[in-house]
Write a protein that binds this ligand. Sequence first.
Ligand SMILES: NC(=O)c1ccc[n+]([C@@H]2O[C@H](COP(=O)([O-])OP(=O)(O)OC[C@H]3O[C@@H](n4cnc5c(N)ncnc54)[C@H](O)[C@@H]3O)[C@@H](O)[C@H]2O)c1
Length: 329
Amino acid sequence: MKVLVTGGAGYIGSHVVDLMVNRGYDVVVFDNLYTGHAEAVHKDALFVKGDLLDKPAVDKLFDEHDFSGILHFASHTLVGESMQLPWLYLRDNAVAASNLLEAAARKSVKRFILSSTANLFDAPEVIPITAEERIVPGSPYGESKFFVERYLHWMERIYGMAYCCLRYFNASGAHPLGHIGEDHTPEYHLIPIILQVALGQREKLTIFGDDYPTPDGTCIRDYIHVIDLAEAHVLAFEALADGKSRKYNLGNGKGYSIQQVIQMARDITGHSIPATAGPRRAGDPATLIADSTRIQKELGWQPEFGDLHQIIQTAWNWHQSHPHGYASK
Ligand SMILES: NC(=O)c1ccc[n+]([C@@H]2O[C@H](COP(=O)([O-])OP(=O)(O)OC[C@H]3O[C@@H](n4cnc5c(N)ncnc54)[C@H](O)[C@@H]3O)[C@@H](O)[C@H]2O)c1
């Protein structure tokens, strides 16, 4: 079965590609390498360098291949950046998805998986946050994902395209075999930044705000291992064979404050990891914890690396063996 993975050279996409190739899928990766790495793509996947904003390139890709389904990771991905450069999100993320969906509809592709986000839930009424929670995007980034979710609603109505929106909470960790992991330059995600301090690549960590209404004043997040995310994608992709669209929240249902994550990293790395508090960052809600009951019940998804220790340990193994990411080799 041939599938298209946009953004398959990126952090989460490369782990999903790795798993899908190992499960026997014929995978084509389309990625402009804006933040991704060709080295991250499994050698048995076909890598096509291209930009989703380039509509003729997208149309050519669909002329050359018949895809049974699409997993769409390619996107601008940063909440903070979206508060400074909203057009990268409200324009580019939307146009990229639109070019992709137009080509997919033309070729009658019937399965579509979207990387969506916890940033849809800026003002949750109940925590842990279920998939039924009302949607209040927390930033232009979240708004751009909500736009694509709504676009998919119409793709299903008009073209019968079954879709699954997977709203990830904080993706983290690395492949336990250590060959792929997180490599962003500059890095904006908490765990890799903490580990860069432990590696001596940064002097200290700045915490964005310690005056949130949480027990230690720092933001609480739900960290999900990238391998558990990858498994959820394969389950969701297979489930879409029944033609029914779905939306799932994906996390471990456990929240850790930034201070707790730093302490766990100190225990694992043996480094003191100095940290000081700075001002809050625009667009960050105090607490985000997922209720993933729906995907557990409907698809039997169970996290294998649900423990924060395993998440940080696998990330630490990756960062130690690849101190400069894919450029280390
Ligand atoms: N990392 C997280 O914690 C997290 C949480 C929620 C949702 N997500 C979503 O998951 C997806 C993957 O995130 P990630 O952390 O792996 O990010 P990433 O930056 O590592 O991966 C994104 C990939 O998309 C590619 N890309 C970007 N724009 C493109 C375009 N116009 N055309 C072709 N390729 C393009 C990049 O080169 C990169 O390889 C994103 O859609 C993101 O919004 C991530």
